[in-house]
Design a protein around this ligand. Structure first.
Ligand code: FAD
Length: 469
């Protein structure tokens, strides 16, 4: 039997896609990468995933795992050779276990993040991973890319939320590492290796994840600041005074919010006068089990002090759940607004927080001198030292000119990040987009260790080849 017939008898013909049916799986969210594949298969059980991998392994056929396909580095798109099989995890979408006493949930990899958040909220628990693509991205994709998002400041990335995994390895074996233990020091931490491995070491099928008490209330404020240095001062002020109650601290350059309000005219800033022209805005969220008024008073006092100290020029504290949502909606619309504004260049960088003002000032200056007219639109998770230092086309700098300058801009930004002790990928991963960059900034020793791990887990190089290393 040929490969496709084998898959059809294993999964049913409706779950083996070719031609036009396969097309949406062969390009990425931004439309930057276009690949080809023998077929897209849609297993519904771990055993089916294992069967697919075993079959591919027997003929050394490359496998590309795919979740919600919202990744931003081309990790879920096959190459153009047409040899690969794309394994869509969308049918493994069940929540399999909820354990309120141990505060854990066990969920299949294809479950959409928002579905899991809602499932937990309905049971009075918080699953804190939160990001703008949460309506489409999946837990498996989140794990494979070690997703971060807006609550990392308080709860960590998904690696810190992971207690156990079930994984199909490159030989088609199933590893059941699903325990809900908070402590387990029995040798190498295998689950941590799979988290962030972008489908190159195994296919994650199920995960046991940590839950938290549902915060009883939140307070959200949008703040107009005098610049990035002021944002850092405000962050330090809040962290020193209220510690763990600060659950999010996001920053957005004025250009980002201008783009959002022009692309989506129903959205607007809660400021008028000169505050609208502030260079940087901060979106901050406090949450906890205190009473709402207490938390609100505390926030008001801290923002009042920051205003007096000249760190900020204006602030609005949301007075309703709708207004909180509207503030978050502004932040979460930035990626979409930038995608609508033309193909830009994304830099997902991490730096020590104290170095970020220096980086932003220097980079803004260097880019505008070397590439006059370029649109610089950074935003990000300042609380984690993570900026999406994105640049885009503008009426003075056309999209094709920007793409021609891609490599020079990449090197300029990433060299500066590296010189300041930062990372060229904070939360999006390497995929195919940053493979060359990885070689540039990792030492030969680091790359050799990574290659040894890959060879040990996937000696035939069939799992997502051409990604990461
Ligand atoms: P996919 O894109 O399908 O895959 C991502 C990678 O994981 C690929 O390498 C794929 O091969 C691999 N993979 C997928 N499923 C599995 C599996 N079950 N087993 C093994 N490997 C697998 N990311 C953040 O971290 N923080 C953000 O704040 C954030 N904001 C975003 C906002 C927008 C609007 C968009 C479009 C993206 C954003 N992202 C963000 C990036 C993206 O949403 C995340 O990387 C997400 O975790 C990817 O999940 P996915 O299911 O879409 O994975």
């Amino acid at each position: 039997m040929d490969l496709l017939s084998n898959f059809r008898s294993m999964l049913g013909a409706a779950n083996v896609l070719t031609g036009n049916d396969a097309a949406p799986y062969l390009t990425d969210w931004r439309g930057v990468y276009q690949g080809a594949a023998q077929c897209v298969v849609r297993p519904a059980t771990t055993e089916q995933v294992a069967g697919i991998v075993a079959l591919c392994a027997s003929s050394e056929i490359p496998i590309v795992p795919q979740g919600g396909n919202t990744g931003l580095v081309g990790g879920a798109t096959p190459d153009a050779s047409g040899k690969a099989v794309v394994v869509s995890m969308s049918r493994l979408s069940r929540v399999c276990g909820f354990d309120p006493e141990n505060n854990t949930v066990t969920v299949q990899a294809g479950c959409v993040l928002q579905t899991l958040q809602e499932y937990c909220r309905d049971r009075d628990r918080l699953f804190p991973l939160s990001l703008a693509a949460e309506g489409s991205c999946t837990i498996g994709g989140n794990l494979a890319s070690n997703a971060g998002g807006s609550q990392v400041l308080r709860y960590g990335t998904i690696r810190e939320l992971t207690l156990g995994l079930e994984v199909v390895t490159a030989d088609g074996e199933i590893w059941n590492g699903l325990g809900g233990l908070r402590k387990d020091n029995t040798g190498y931490d295998l689950k941590s290796l799979f988290v962030g491995s972008e489908g190159t070491l195994g296919i994650i099928t199920t995960a046991t994840l940590k839950l938290f008490p549902l915060p009883r209330m939140t307070q959200t404020a949008l703040v107009a600041t005098n610049g990035m240095a002021s944002c850092v001062q405000l962050l330090i002020r809040l962290q020193t005074q209220i510690g763990l109650s600060l659950t999010a601290f996001e920053v957005m350059a004025n250009e980002c919010l201008k783009l959002v309000t022009s692309q989506f005219p129903q959205q607007h800033l809660p400021f008028d006068g000169s505050s609208v022209d502030a260079p940087w805005f901060a979106l901050l969220e406090l949450s906890g089990s205190q009473d709402r008024e207490g938390l609100g008073e505390c926030l008001e006092t801290m923002l009042g002090d920051a205003l007096e100290a000249g760190e900020i020029c204006d602030a609005t504290i949301a007075t309703s759940v709708e207004q909180e949502r509207a503030f978050w909606h502004l932040r979460e619309s930035i990626t979409l607004a930038q995608a609508k504004g033309g193909k830009g260049i994304k830099h997902d960088i991490a730096l020590p927080i104290s170095k970020i003002p220096e980086f932003v000032e220097e980079m803004d200056r260097n880019l505008s001198t070397t590439f006059p007219g370029l649109s610089v639109m950074p935003f990000g998770h300042l609380g984690d030292g993570n900026l999406h230092y994105n640049v885009g086309p503008s009426p003075r700098f056309a999209e094709d000119a920007l793409q021609r300058s891609h490599d020079r801009i990449y090197v300029m930004v990433h060299d500066a990040v590296h010189a300041l002790g930062g990372s060229i990928s904070a939360e999006h991963g390497i995929g195919q987009l940053k493979r060359g960059e990885l070689k540039r900034y990792k030492t030969a020793h680091e790359l050799a260790m990574m290659r040894s791990i890959k060879a040990a887990f996937d000696p035939m190089n069939i799992l997502n080849p051409g990604k990461v290393i």
